[in-house]
Design a protein around this ligand. Sequence first.
Ligand SMILES: NC(=O)c1ccc[n+]([C@@H]2O[C@H](COP(=O)([O-])OP(=O)(O)OC[C@H]3O[C@@H](n4cnc5c(N)ncnc54)[C@H](OP(=O)(O)O)[C@@H]3O)[C@@H](O)[C@H]2O)c1
Length: 285
Amino acid sequence: MLIVTGATGRLGALIVDRLLERVPPAGIGVSVRDVSKAAELAERGVRVRAGDFTEPDSLKYSFEGAERVLVVSAAIRGGGALTANTAAIDAAREAGAERILYTSHQAASPTSLFPPQRVHAATEEHLQRQGVPCIALRNGFYASALGPYIGAALETGTLAVPQDGLVSWTAHEDLAEAAAIALTEDAALEGNTPQLTAPHTLDFADVAETLSRITGRTITRVVMDDSEWTSAAVAGGMPRPAAEFALTMFAASRNGEFNVTDPALEATIGHPAKTVHEILEAAIR
Ligand SMILES: NC(=O)c1ccc[n+]([C@@H]2O[C@H](COP(=O)([O-])OP(=O)(O)OC[C@H]3O[C@@H](n4cnc5c(N)ncnc54)[C@H](OP(=O)(O)O)[C@@H]3O)[C@@H](O)[C@H]2O)c1
């Protein structure tokens, strides 16, 4: 049985959708925190069992009979993500999985300025030590992460954020398709840390220009000083820890950490990756 975690989240749900095009439902199991959120999958014949990475014993049940497990990384603030994700990987091996996949990030690195990338790097290290064939899918930065910034830009006509850098913004849909293929076709990807990114890189000035083209209005990119932006974000209601976390993303971005593209994603899915223009156009409509 192929087990997918995080199937009630955005990426995991799309992965299961794509898997259902390739594998009969009885061959798919999902491990989710809240089975009631996966009722539709159960109706479609997918095995739905409760499992929480922070309660590893629960994974013995949800991973039972696993031949392959795709661990969709859990984002847990406050230092728990590494423990949770490595617990899921351990549980996959203990369940007898012959292949373990993990959704990492294109910029996974122990020295990243963006803390989640350090967690991914440490999780990848743990994964490679399992003695089981494994793949860390190094997913490109989700284009959906632009959402909170473009909302304000559309209201004010100004995309005012700290200095950033080029990013290979990538669509959930393309990453999900690649993950479903990786889970079902051993030779689909080369190496055990494939970089799965869209082929274009854009910074926020490019995003502002894209928004202007889509809306027919002028959206102006304004570079804000880090502390000025933090104060404005907090004054606008963003909790200070969230604003400081966002700043680390800008710091990593202007450090060039997300300025990476790789042909592996398009080669795997066999069609062009969605562009930021397409993604934003669909999101705004
Ligand atoms: N590539 C990128 O740019 C990027 C950006 C942001 C995040 N990420 C990573 O990619 C992952 C998937 O993205 P997404 O868009 O699908 O996020 P999402 O919609 O927030 O889904 C996250 C999934 O993780 C599950 N989860 C959270 N804590 C868990 C735990 N303790 N045990 C088991 N499952 C747990 C959630 O379960 P519930 O449905 O019960 O909440 C949810 O299904 C994120 O969790 C994060 O690690 C990547």
